[in-house]
Design a protein around this ligand. Sequence first.
Ligand code: GLC
Length: 565
Amino acid sequence: MSTGKKWYQDAVVYQIYPLSFMDANNDGVGDIEGVIQKLDYIRDLGATAIWFSPLYPSPWKDYGYDVADYKAIHPAFGTMEDFDRLMAECRKRGIRVIMDMVLNHTSDQHPWFRAALADPKSKYRDYYIIRRGRKRLGKLLPPTNWTSCFTGPAWERIAGTDEFYLHLFAPEQPDLNWENPAVRAEIADVLKFWLDKGVSGFRFDVFNLWSKVWPLRNDRHPLRVQKGSNFFVDGPRMHEFLRELNTNVLSHYDSYTVGESYMPDPEHAQRYIHAESGELDSIFDFAHLTSDNLLGLKFFPKPFSLRQFKRGLFDPQIRYFDTGWNTLVLENHDNPRSVSRFGIPARYRYEAATLLAAITFLGWGTPFIYQGEELGMTNADFRSLDEMRDPVSHFVFDTMTKQFHMPAGIARRFICCGARDHARTPMQWDDTVNAGFNTGAEPWQCLNGNWREINAKRDLASDKSVYRFYQRLLAFRRENPAALGGAVREYHPADPRRVIYAREGEGRRFLVMANFSAHETLCRVPDDFDPARLRVALSNAGRERVMRSMLLRPYEAVVLEERGE
Ligand code: GLC
């Protein structure tokens, strides 16, 4: 059993999207100084590590996921001295720092790519994937028919030539050629740079796209939505590349890695994190976040299925138990806000935010909490596409309206279901100008219109504080060995309304019971528990008494802890 021996097994990670967190110098974008001002808020919540979405210099075509220099800080966020001060302030509070590593691609403004384009003989040419196009009936076609994860062709023509470069995301994000040992050496060097500065680990962005199937060729599958994905997801050298990074760098530090995987195959997923593979410590498995959309396509909603959600949430906790380590996630900068999805009516915001926390973050694995989630921040009510800064919202809108001739109003509705913009509105700190994000400069991304009702100051003063519920939940987790390392047992996985699971370890047991519906629902304490020996450890409905059968209110969640003999 995993007993919490490694530091990250007891950690609670708070994700910061720096652009939208806190703008201390009032220029419209968040900054490092802003983060420093809010470190006590993060520590008091119970977080013990921060994952920063990219802080590096970048033209922000994908808001930092297009890196122009892996070893520096974006001037809008501050300087390297500011970052060092941030590290020192984190250290004082017992908070570790995890950096985002975007290594599948760079920005097209990265000096490597600029050099590659400037001189066809440059050694940097082979840092990227550049190929001659195919001539068909006098027309020049891209080297393969692959499509980008952001829609459209995955190849961009290099002006004035017959050559194209591969970009699995935006055209401004050229893919690195991991086959080239010089590229891998550069990457190892980047990781060393940050580890030597004292960071504790990395989140690897879309890591399972690093290895492509060579030679590159057309995807002949007639129906595959993501053309070419069979040639670039979980490619043949993935495991080798990860092991190499470990041997050369990671194993020399007490570091933690979490891989963000793109539609991973379960067998590969298992290998990536198997304790004996020497690859990654954990991955993000987002299967439960596809329970209210079609085929994982965020923009196409379908009625929420609690069964599917539970399968996605609990399967990895059972599958990886004993052999690897798991992560627990509801939100990040790429997903809509959790209280605004899964069929949850807006009036149950507090209940749902706390229920979701109880059923997710008391599971087996390291919790990852996304900024604002601890306040029950909601999706924004965007009035037009102009208010949305994420290029993906615009790419998808263009594809829907131009390629599929969908009326603009309908396309906009689809975009609003899944847009990443919802998670990227500025943090709502208080009810002063711009929700306290700054002192009045127009934020880079508009605020969510509900900031006067939902903000940290108001939440903390309320009887129904989501933040305080999180605090209690994380304290319970910290103090209860069963919550850290205990095995998970789920009851009634097919039940469409109830979520019931137990954790058991080191002689301790507790039970989580939740009514994931807008109707009162009778929930029964499973027979292997004696209600007389259970006490309410946490409740989002003021419940105090335990009975064998309890009528749970809409979105009520209760955590019952077993007392000793
Ligand atoms: C990851 C990031 C996302 C980014 C993409 C390309 O999915 O989380 O924000 O757009 O990779 O780097």
